[in-house]
Design a protein around this ligand. Structure first.
Ligand SMILES: [Zn+2]
Length: 265
């Protein structure tokens, strides 16, 4: 297993060549833990240390059209989606992306590939970050991963066997597939929607439903799937076309907020 024992990776995949949906409607902030009985296994873990520190990571491979200024703006905009919610719900920003004096943090910390969970971003006292979680663009997507995967978030627990809220993270990484998406000439997913989704994984959220059956995880294919699961930022697929920008689903809905409250409140 390439990720080291205990690593969990969560992907968002594209549904190619389909028609993009409309924008989600605005919903009011949810400040309580709200989770369906059918979603009880959709929380994967949590950080004891908050706010969670993130940074724009080093590039892996040459990326045509790479634009650090724009990348920073995308990270800031996406993190602020979570922070606007968490300010209301928790009273503090859940994601820390700022470097004093220089705007969005940039970090060259890099393992040169997918990380092993032996890497520890938390100080040994586990009360602070020694390194930030990086958001990395990959020019070459690992061949053993499907090219339909737009992005991948890896989370590493502190202890081997853990589940749900009992699972405490020690590191994470977000990787974007620039071999098959985003780059010039490739399908263009909405980057904010994808980053907001991946940040949800980084914070400990699983998908609102999955395309496989499991206890406590709703089936995305069910005709009874609640609309709130389908419209959630954490729904596992985003529609992408060759021609135009991908589906925009970048606002947290009641289901995203209610489940996040169960983790951090
Ligand atoms: Zn996902």
């Amino acid at each position: 297993m390439r990720f080291g024992f205990g690593a969990k990776w969560s992907a968002v995949v594209a549904l190619l060549f389909a028609t993009a949906c409309g924008l989600p409607r605005n919903e009011k902030s949810v400040t309580q833990c709200v989770i369906g009985n059918d979603q009880l296994s959709t929380i994967n873990g949590k950080w004891d240390v908050t706010p969670v520190r993130i940074a724009l990571g080093g590039l892996v491979g040459a990326v045509e059209g790479s634009d650090t200024v724009n990348d920073k703006l995308l990270i800031q905009t996406s993190a602020e989606v979570w922070n606007r919610f968490s300010m209301i719900s928790f009273g503090y920003p859940i994601i820390d992306y700022r470097e004093p004096g220089s705007g969005v943090r940039v970090d060259s910390w890099d393992t040169g590939g997918f990380p092993a969970c032996s890497i520890d971003l938390l100080a040994t006292d586990e009360k602070s970050f020694v390194d930030p979680i990086v958001i990395r663009k990959r020019a070459a997507w690992p061949p053993d991963l499907s090219e339909s995967v737009i992005a991948l978030t890896t989370t590493c627990p502190r202890r081997q066997a853990c589940k749900g809220l009992g699972c405490r993270y020690k590191m994470s990484i977000i990787e974007l597939n620039l071999q098959h998406y985003f780059a010039p000439g490739k399908p263009q997913p909405d980057p904010i929607s994808i980053l907001v989704h991946e940040m949800g994984h980084m914070l400990g959220l699983g998908h609102s439903c999955e395309y496989r059956s499991a206890d406590g995880i709703p089936d995305c294919n069910s005709k009874y799937l609640p609309k709130a699961y389908k419209n959630a930022v954490m729904f596992p697929q985003f529609l992408v076309t060759r021609e135009g920008p991908g589906e925009v689903r970048s606002k947290l809905n009641a289901n995203d907020m209610g489940r996040t409250n169960c983790i951090y409140k």
